[in-house]
Design a protein around this ligand. Structure first.
Ligand code: TRP
Ligand code: ZN
Length: 898
């Protein structure tokens, strides 16, 4: 008997090929919300490369079994059970027809077949297909699919599935049908269907080889005016994949469909991508510049999966980063190329900085907690819990390191070989590494550790200048620090770290670089050191003066660099480093150090003060009009409270908030004139433009507004923000103004202006769910005060008629925003935030375990917090652990409490 107390752990080491293979699948759907009948006819045969099994074990969940037919004859030895269907003593090669029934109307999990807004949608990754029909629902079983959809023509005029439309027509009783065929073999997680009242923006384009392609973006009729940007992003993605990787769209038709009830961002189903509306719908009035950028990135991401994920897929879910890390890398490069082409390093750096900020804030934290896991995990309880920052973002950094070592051309050669070897296959991360290694004639055995070791590596740096010999030596040491126990278990040895470095002279210019043993200086002023041992010294020769090192340029590896820079040296790097990423990095280091010192003081009640030199360093960036606005915005934005709290020996959100607010106020008051000047200078009057330049101006201007809202006397900021709110012709400016109004008023418990703007915002956008999400989120993330804690506002909003726990976007906009993006308020000393969190995790668990499990993760770092908070956090975790039913949430809270 299985031990029901411990959930089943799935281990990578236990992988075995499937006993049977399925070559073709013909699906027939009679779509009815409460009772959809699915007929599934498969060609099944024994797998010659697997050990023999007499019985065929198919997965199935929440299905009502109707019948099984083998080679035309009813099959009596089929037994339906909780996990699927067992067919006893089947032949070696046969046709199997299964009929079953599911209930899409009642499916609140948004996995499998479900109804949203009266339309049908599917979500099959990772294991949703088994909620539609019995199947070998694992990615190494690849089949070609034919799909017939039948439904009421009035209620569901549009019927879509993967691939190409074969035929459509009318049926008796007001019904109609459509038949689709996907010519490419695919795993079941890439299956999709959509049925309902939808309209499409269409465009025809010619692919690289001259074939015509039909592109469609399907939405509800009232959203058609918000599809242009997604379509443009799709066309740009198609062009980019052809130009950069020589990869062409392989179907005649490519469809994107937007749905408002969706668990994640989007899904790369073959030829029929299904998207969260958040990553499709945009026009200047409803979407911010960030939304526009996210749409471009996600449309690119899903499109790029067509090759990296679909044509070559994963053998098993432990290999998830094979497709996700690689595809994130591809979408990051796409966005960087769209912003700055191949050569505008400053524009590319903006994207790089944003990506690294996310990695550090989210992935480093994950790697330090109970959910720490390698890029290729060794085990899981619920695979949906492993669509993580580590698999996606660290995975992308691992892929980026191949390119850093081999260059763009070498990386391309590796990709070409990967497709040559593995097109049409389900493969592993090792297969990818071997292709990259073989194409470049390199042994990458050591590089495998990036896939198998968890935790964030630390590289400490010591330098020594020998003036007489003109030698400069750089000694690098790598290790992992204390880290999480889960991570420590995996750490076996040193990593291959491509460590990019430059040396900067007294005048701020890069020095020539000549390593010991080289005949002459190389032309490059950045070198990528092959750092492979626990400790290694690299010596530069003919170094005419003592340099300042610029370390880990462009963040060449996902590690923490430890080096004792003085504050003056950081200010110098911030002013001079030729590597734009490291210029930003110097400012962040400077700010982080000051903020952590101040947080330490705040925690012990010592008065706070900030050195004038720090203010001066920031003033230089603020007033340097030679720097791009977007760079200045990033450089002047302080590290987030969550990131800072993570850096403390014991996280203290209140102390971090006090310190960060103190610095923001100090910078606001000391540089008031400069902020005002920047605010005026970077206005973007006239029609809205979505260019990177225009959005850079808006970002800097709105950052200035947010600082001005910190002034001791906020009257001026309130005046500016109110005027900006009223005059705005775009959502970026309108929401920034609203946020400034909310925060300027926070200390006084709110203001008339803030309340008026909030009310206006709601009325104005009542019919735009994505904008109402912003309305909830802005309130949940606002600053609070003793007389007006944000939890009270959040509780009230939970009862607002527009709130709906079943819609993930809405739940995220209010609950997640408060629990994960307002740390100072969420971690209130009285534990009110934790009690609220527990109630919401429990409520969501009954509706949608995937979403509940995401929320459950916001307390996983509880052991790292200041002792006064820990008890409340543990009590909340224990309450959740004792009440939730889903495997998803149990895995999270049990790991947190272990
Ligand atoms: N494969 C999707 C992507 O990265 C993400 C994904 C996995 C997903 N599981 C999902 C999306 C469930 C929606 C729902 O693009
Ligand atoms: Zn993906």
């Amino acid at each position: 008997m299985a031990d029901t107390a411990t959930p089943n752990v799935i281990r990578r080491a236990d992988y075995a090929p499937p006993a049977f293979l399925i070559d073709t699948v013909a699906l027939e759907f009679d779509l009815v919300p409460e009772r959809t009948v699915v007929r599934n006819t498969m060609r099944v045969r024994r797998n010659p490369d697997a050990s023999h099994a007499a019985n065929l074990e198919l997965m199935g969940e929440q299905l009502e079994f109707v019948s099984a037919v083998i080679d035309g004859a009813p099959f009596a030895n089929a037994h339906a059970h909780e996990h699927g269907l067992t067919l006893d003593n089947v032949p070696d090669d046969f046709e199997l027809t299964l009929t079953s029934i599911c209930n899409p109307a009642e499916n609140t999990t948004l996995s499998g077949l479900y109804v949203s807004g009266g339309n049908f949608f599917t979500q099959c990754e990772a294991e949703g297909f088994r909620r539609i029909t019995y199947f070998l629902d694992r990615p190494d079983v690849m089949a070609t699919f034919t799909v017939t959809l039948r439904a009421s023509k009035a209620d569901y005029p549009v019927l879509l599935s993967n691939g190409n439309l074969l035929e459509e027509g009318d049926l008796p009783d007001g019904r109609h049908f459509a038949r689709w065929e996907d010519p490419f073999r695919k795993p079941s997680y890439l299956f999709a269907l959509v049925a309902g009242k939808l309209v499409a923006l269409e465009e025809r384009v010619k692919s690289g080889s001259g074939k015509e392609k039909l592109l469609q973006v399907w939405v509800e009729p009232h959203d058609l005016d918000k599809t242009r940007h997604a379509m443009d992003s799709l066309i740009n993605s198609i062009r980019w994949d052809e130009a950069r990787f020589g990869l062409e769209l392989d179907l005649d038709r490519f469809m994107i469909v937007a749905v408002s009830d969706f668990n994640m961002g989007a899904m790369e189903n073959k030829g029929l991508n299904i998207f969260n509306t958040k990553y499709v719908l945009a026009n200047p009035e409803t979407a911010t510049d960030t939304d526009f950028a996210n749409i471009e990135a996600v449309v690119g991401h899903e499109y790029f999966h067509n090759w990296t994920g679909n044509r070559v897929t994963c053998r098993d879910w432990f290999q998830l980063s094979l497709k996700e890390g690689l595809t994130v890398f591809r979408d990051q490069e796409f966005s960087a190329d769209m912003a700055g082409g191949a050569t505008d390093e400053a524009a590319r750096a903006t994207k790089r900085i944003e990506d690294v900020r996310v990695l550090r804030q989210m992935q480093f934290a994950e790697d330090a907690g109970p959910m720490a896991h390698p890029v290729r995990p060794e085990s899981y309880v619920e695979i949906n819990n492993f669509y993580t920052m580590t698999v996606y973002e660290k995975g992308s950094e691992v892929v980026r390191m191949y390119q850093t070592q081999f260059g763009r051309d070498g990386f391309r050669k590796g990709m070409d070989l990967y497709f040559k070897r593995h097109d049409g296959q389900a493969v592993t991360c090792d297969d990818f590494r071997h292709a990259l290694a073989d194409a470049n004639g390199r042994d990458l055995a050591q590089f495998e550790r990036w896939y198998s070791q968890a935790g964030t590596p630390r590289v400490s740096v010591r330098t020594k200048y020998d003036a007489a010999q003109q030698r400069y030596s750089v000694t690098l040491t790598q290790g992992y620090g204390d880290g999480a126990p889960a991570a420590r278990e995996t750490q076996k040895g040193p990593l291959l770290i491509p460590f990019a470095i430059g040396l900067i002279g007294k005048d701020g210019a890069d020095l020539p670089l000549q390593l010991e043993g080289e005949a002459k200086a190389s032309g490059c002023t950045t070198r990528v050191l092959d750092f492979t041992q626990t400790e290694q010294t690299f010596t530069f020769v003919n170094v005419a003066e003592e340099p300042l090192p610029s370390l880990l340029r462009n963040f060449s590896a996902p590690v923490i660099v430890e080096y004792d820079y003085s504050a003056d040296q950081l200010a110098f790097l911030l002013a001079h480093d030729s590597d734009p990423f490291n210029r930003w990095e110097a400012g962040q280091r400077l700010a982080t150090r000051e903020l952590l010192t101040l947080a330490g003081r705040a925690a012990t009640g010592v008065p706070l003060q900030l050195d004038d030199s720090v203010v001066a360093a920031f003033a230089r960036v603020l007033t340097d009009e030679s720097l791009s606005p977007s760079f200045r915005e990033l450089a002047l934005m302080l590290p987030s409270e969550a990131y800072l709290a993570e850096q403390m020996a014991e996280s203290n959100p209140a102390a971090v908030h006090a310190a960060r607010q103190f610095v923001r106020k100090r910078l606001a008051n000391a540089l008031r004139k400069d902020w005002l000047a920047v605010y005026e200078k970077h206005r973007t009057p006239g029609a809205y433009e979505a260019t990177p330049e225009a959005s850079g101006h808006r970002a800097l201007k709105n950052l200035a507004l947010s600082y001005l809202a910190e002034l001791d006397d906020p009257a001026e900021a309130v005046r500016l923000a109110s005027a900006q709110y009223d005059a705005a012709n775009n959502m970026t400016d309108r929401s920034a103004a609203l946020s400034a109004l909310l925060n300027a008023a926070a200390a006084n418990g709110g203001s008339v202006e803030a309340q008026q703007a909030l009310d206006d915002f709601y009325r104005r956008f009542e019919k735009e769910p994505l904008v109402i999400d912003k309305w909830f989120a802005l309130q949940a993330t606002q600053r609070g005060s003793a007389q007006r804690p944000v939890i009270e506002i959040v509780r009230k909003l939970m009862a607002h008629p527009a709130f709906n726990l079943k819609n993930p976007n809405r739940a995220r906009s209010l609950i997640f925003s408060f629990c994960a993006a307002n740390p100072a308020q969420f971690h209130a000393e009285d534990g009110s935030g934790y009690a609220f969190w527990a109630d919401q995790v429990i409520a969501l668990d009954a509706i949608n375990p995937q979403v509940a499990a995401r929320l459950a993760r916001s307390l996983e770092l509880w052991r790292r917090f200041t002792p006064t908070l820990r008890d409340g956090m543990r009590a909340a975790l224990e309450k959740v652990a004792s009440q939730v039913k889903s495997r998803d949430v149990r895995e999270i809270v049990e790991k947190a409490l272990a």
